[in-house]
Write a protein that binds this ligand. Structure first.
Ligand SMILES: *Cc1c(COP(=O)(O)O)cnc(C)c1O
Length: 389
């Protein structure tokens, strides 16, 4: 490997860039996770995680990837053979469904074209059809990271309420929490699934569940065998600042600082920053004459932009050229959209000039890869950034 000078541009939609302050915090010596100093750290983190989820209920952490927190959400609230409603918005919704199927949950799967979010009207129709109330949960990916499409959770909640259906609402907010407005309590979400490596600006390794009182009550009669993922012991030990097993101590040092950063900037400012950078990115894509994966502007994601490459042009070849020439990583097309799109991550710790550099790399790459486009996307984005503070 030849030496690459300067900083690598990690512009995938997660893991996102870890701020230097967070990296430094994690370099401290590991302490006794059964000692008093550690208990203080946990309690203070749990208190500050609540406002980030906009909840007053319990927020639990597992040493896990996001996939682990999906599994935790299911095995704590459901029983083998239970039916749930889920929507094919993209690769992450599909992967979550696959976890449910492997566990022996029956998934009523609403197919989709990977260019739309969850349709609240379909939620309403499906639940209205379920006269015997046998659907136990509705699973929704808030921000579908494979397509750059954000589903409208408040409207989905309204659809459930309109039918008066008792199903739990479970939402994967892994690539939206801490970047796009998300309100666990106000939106009546029963379980929010999250992970450390996206909007929370940490490396991968912490999986999170935020839990409503209703979900907590139902968890007491859930029929799944579980040990590691069992909410009960975690909640009990967390009360005193501990965990049932060894937690990822140094990631928690990082979380301590990352939460300070988010809360000091102020969540409304964090959301506005992400929206503005996303708008600038979409402005560039429009000026290039390229197509977004999402077709409904009300569902455009503020944490990533998925850009379709024209027929006959492999998006992964473009990504390869950009990595090779400019040392920048962009997100690949996952599953059904492999080769058809690339994803620009713009979430977490970034500012105008990080985004400007990213868009420069994309525009130069488009030229080198011979992808038909109009020059001037970067100029249009810079104009947008300069004139919208
Ligand atoms: C990143 C992501 C996941 C996957 O998390 P892992 O940590 O890779 O298991 C799940 N859902 C969404 C929406 C994501 O963006």
């Amino acid at each position: 490997m030849t030496h690459k000078s300067g900083r690598h541009f990690l512009q995938i939609p997660g893991p996102s860039n870890t701020p230097d302050r967070v990296l430094r915090a994690m370099a401290k010596p590991t302490i006794d996770h059964r000692g008093p100093e550690f208990a203080q750290l946990t309690l203070s983190i749990l208190e500050r995680l609540k406002p980030v989820f906009q909840t007053s209920g319990p927020v639990l952490m597992f040493p896990a990837s996001g996939t682990g927190s999906w599994e935790a959400s299911l095995v704590n609230t459901l029983s083998p053979g239970d039916r749930v409603l889920a929507f094919e918005t993209g690769q992450f919704a599909t992967a979550w469904r696959n976890v449910a199927v492997k566990l022996g949950i029956e998934v009523d799967w609403v197919e989709g074209d990977w260019r739309h979010g969850v349709d609240p009207a379909v939620v309403e129709a499906k639940l209205a059809e379920d006269k015997h109330r046998s659907l136990m949960a509705v699973l929704v990916v808030h921000n579908e990271t494979s397509t750059g499409i954000t589903s409208r959770v408040p409207q989905i909640r309204m659809a459930i309420d309109k039918v008066g259906h008792p199903a739990l609402l479970m939402v994967d907010a892994i690539s939206s929490l801490g970047s796009i407005d998300y309100r666990h309590d106000e939106w009546g979400v029963d379980v929010t699934i999250c992970a450390s490596q996206k909007g929370l600006m940490l490396p991968p390794g912490i999986g999170i569940n935020a839990v409503s009182a209703k979900a907590l009550k139902i968890s007491q009669s859930s029929g799944f065998a579980k040990s590691y993922w069992d909410w009960g012991p975690v909640i009990k030990m967390n009360e005193k600042g501990f965990f049932p097993y060894t937690p990822p101590t140094n990631l928690l040092y990082g979380m301590d600082v990352a939460l300070d950063m988010l809360l000091q900037e102020g969540l409304p400012n964090v959301f506005a920053r992400h929206h503005r950078l996303a708008e600038a990115t979409r402005t560039a894509v429009g000026a290039w004459g390229l197509e977004l994966c999402g077709v409904n502007p009300a569902e455009y994601s503020d944490t990533l932009t998925a850009v379709m490459t024209p027929e006959g042009h492999d998006a992964d070849e473009l990504r390869r050229i950009i990595l090779d020439r400019f040392d920048m990583s962009l997100g690949t097309g996952l599953g059904k959209v492999k080769g058809k799109l690339f994803r620009i991550g713009h979430l977490g710790d970034l500012n105008d000039l990080t985004l400007a550099g990213t868009l420069c790399g994309v525009e130069m790459g488009l030229g080198l890869a011979g992808i038909p486009h109009t020059k001037g996307g970067v100029d249009a984005a810079l104009e947008y950034l300069a004139s919208n503070s």
